[in-house]
Design a protein around this ligand. Structure first.
Ligand SMILES: *Cc1c(COP(=O)(O)O)cnc(C)c1O
Length: 354
């Protein structure tokens, strides 16, 4: 796997260009979407306004790596010990559930910021929007909120620009926090890109994740359509080349049969490395800059490709599975999943070559 810090910074600049004047929480949860959380933080230090992770453990790993920028913890703190860690390490946790309030009541620590999440229609995390005012009254004098009580929400259908739920959620959020002080954050990558988030126009902070790594989350698009650059390129060597006679079957289950004489190559990557097992015959890979189809089932450590289109390919050549020249969205589409899943599943065995 190769990672491009330049591409990561370029994509952050794109996120800023889509949402001028807003501050950016660069989302680097889930090990930086598979790229390495500490690596992503180092590459974006001085470029992002802060970093966003899921849980306190991730935030502590950032602090241990020397990251001093603001850190937003999307799932917030659960236990008293976690609230305490947030205070000691200057983290900004999200408060999203009644169960957290009980623990918070006994907590006297200060925080650089406390974010309240409102559930405006996704029905995952957050308080009912009608509770915003009550929460504000209850928490405004709490030491945890003294240095800032802020508001966020998350949209369920941002990747579908015309989905009616987007406007509904934005309206609920705007209405709920209209009279309240504090900063706001609404937009993930999809909303940043669609720019249609009129309701997030007044939000000071965006929260882009996937677009920083290159893919577009919008239905039917690839990152290139939005001038985003792939950060991760996954390659593997060709370790065998052979000629198959017509009628020869390939791989487990013998699911692919050569119609004519076929030059086939074996690539040293499989589902144990994070390549999707469900990628069907026909899923593209790149050899010498040309697309070749996967043939047969993906194995644990290997997959096979049809090399008829690249007669000069030999053992030792590099095959690109996704990244530079081959958008990960295409592989995700073929395998019936999304770019997020492929990136976050890349396994440790793929040696990082920086
Ligand atoms: C993961 C996440 C994001 C980033 O989403 P992308 O689609 O990757 O841009 C933003 N906000 C919240 C609450 C998230 O969980």
């Amino acid at each position: 796997m190769r990672r491009s810090a330049g591409a990561l910074r370029h994509n952050l600049a794109r996120a800023r260009a889509f949402a001028p004047g807003r501050k950016v929480w660069a989302v680097i949860k889930a090990d930086g979407y598979g790229h390495g959380m500490e690596w992503a933080a180092a590459a974006l230090t001085g470029h992002a306004d802060g970093f966003s992770v899921s849980c306190v453990e991730e935030a502590l790993a950032l602090r241990a790596a020397g990251v001093s920028a603001p850190v937003l913890v999307l799932q917030g703190a659960r236990t008293a010990a976690e609230w305490d860690l947030c205070s000691r390490h200057g983290l900004q946790p999200v408060l999203h559930d009644e169960a957290q309030l009980a623990v918070l009541a006994d907590f006297r620590g200060e925080l650089p910021g406390l974010w309240i999440k409102l559930d405006t229609g996704m029905h995952r995390l957050g308080f009912a929007p009608m509770k915003a005012q009550t929460l504000f009254q209850r928490l405004r004098d709490h030491p945890a909120a003294r240095r800032g009580l802020h508001w966020l929400t998350h949209l369920a259908c941002g990747d579908q620009i015309a989905h009616p739920q987007n406007a509904e959620q934005l309206d609920r959020f705007r209405h709920a926090v209209a009279e309240l002080p504090g900063q706001r954050s609404v937009a993930n990558s999809a909303l940043v890109i669609s720019g249609g988030a009129a309701g997030s126009a007044s939000a000071e902070w965006t929260r882009p994740g996937i677009m920083l790594y290159g893919p577009s989350p919008m239905e039917g698009e690839v990152g290139r359509d939005r001038a985003l650059r792939p950060v991760m390129t996954v390659t593997a060597p060709l370790i065998a080349v052979k000629t198959l006679e017509p009628g020869a079957c390939v791989g487990y289950g013998a699911t692919w049969t050569a119609e004519g004489s076929t030059r086939a190559g074996v690539v040293a990557i499989g589902y144990a490395d994070g390549y999707p097992r469900h990628a069907p015959s026909g899923t593209p890979v790149l050899v010498h800059g040309r697309e070749c189809p996967v043939i047969g089932r993906v194995s644990m450590d290997m997959l096979e490709i049809d090399l008829n289109g690249v007669p000069d390919a030999v053992v030792g050549d590099t095959v690109t599975l996704w990244g530079e020249g081959l958008p990960v969205e295409r592989i995700a589409d073929a395998a019936g999943t999304i770019s997020y899943e492929l990136l976050t599943r890349v396994a440790g065995r793929l040696r990082v070559i920086d």
